[in-house]
Design a protein around this ligand. Structure first.
Ligand code: 6GU
Length: 224
């Protein structure tokens, strides 16, 4: 998979992909991630990438020209399966969307800012609009990092058996059961004895039960 991310704040996207599972995915050649500074595509004197909105009102709007120049340059090299715009008015991200996106080859992700991007960018280029929840971020960069992390970890070969995505919360619409490691007793708090029993039928039954209980308590919406 190849992911091209367009941003006016490239420094915000430097560290999220350089550790742990993301770094391993890159090292294994399972994903290539490229960060593009939209400012480099500005033809203005002072490399502006935004302008006042027509009709008046507070807040700057990202201009279409530098974004179009960057996307056109990318599309001239290869075809893209989706061109995604990160925006609070997009479809709210769910595991099912991540599962679909991890099957794609090439993705472009555009990070919004200020009052957003010129609507014509959305009409001309964008195939999917994604939000990561009902709250407002200063820009789309952190949301893009969330999306990329959630998608890349699903690529075949990124996770091993131990970290398998199949046992993730949400993959079966259930939250994960509680987990424990040594010591068996800490300040009088005991690990549930069934987990120490070695009886895997009982252990699995316990985990399923706890997952269901936790989901009923915390996220009943997942069960309906
Ligand atoms: Cl994708 N962008 C911004 N700016 N805020 C958000 C968001 C995206 N998702 C939730 N809040």
């Amino acid at each position: 998979m190849r992911i091209d991310i367009l941003t006016i704040l490239p420094s915000l996207l430097e560290s999220p992909f350089n550790d742990s599972i993301m770094q391993r995915a890159k090292d294994k050649g399972l994903v290539e991630i490229y960060i593009h500074d939209i400012r480099k595509y500005s033809t203005k004197k002072h490399k502006n990438v935004d302008d006042y909105q027509y009709g008046g009102g507070a807040g700057m709007v990202l201009s279409i020209e530098p974004i179009a120049a960057c996307i056109d340059a990318l599309k001239a090299e290869r075809t893209y399966d989706e061109i995604i715009y990160m925006t609070p008015d997009g479809e709210v991200l769910e595991q099912s969307i991540c599962n679909q996106l991890c099957l794609k080859g090439n993705l472009i992700i555009l990070c919004g800012h200020y009052k957003g991007v010129d609507e014509r960018v959305r009409q001309m280029y964008i195939t999917k609009e994604i939000s990561i929840g009902s709250y407002v971020l200063s820009g789309g960069e952190l949301a893009a990092a969330v999306l990329v992390d959630a998608v890349v970890r699903l690529l075949p070969g990124v996770l091993n058996d131990e970290t398998s995505a199949l046992t993730d919360s949400f993959q079966d619409n259930l939250l994960s059961p509680p987990v424990y490691t040594r010591p068996p007793v800490f300040r009088g708090m005991e690990v549930p004895s069934v987990l120490l029993s070695g009886d895997f039928r009982k252990i699995n039954a316990f985990r399923e039960e706890e997952a269901l209980k936790r989901t009923k308590e915390r996220r009943p919406d997942l069960l309906s």
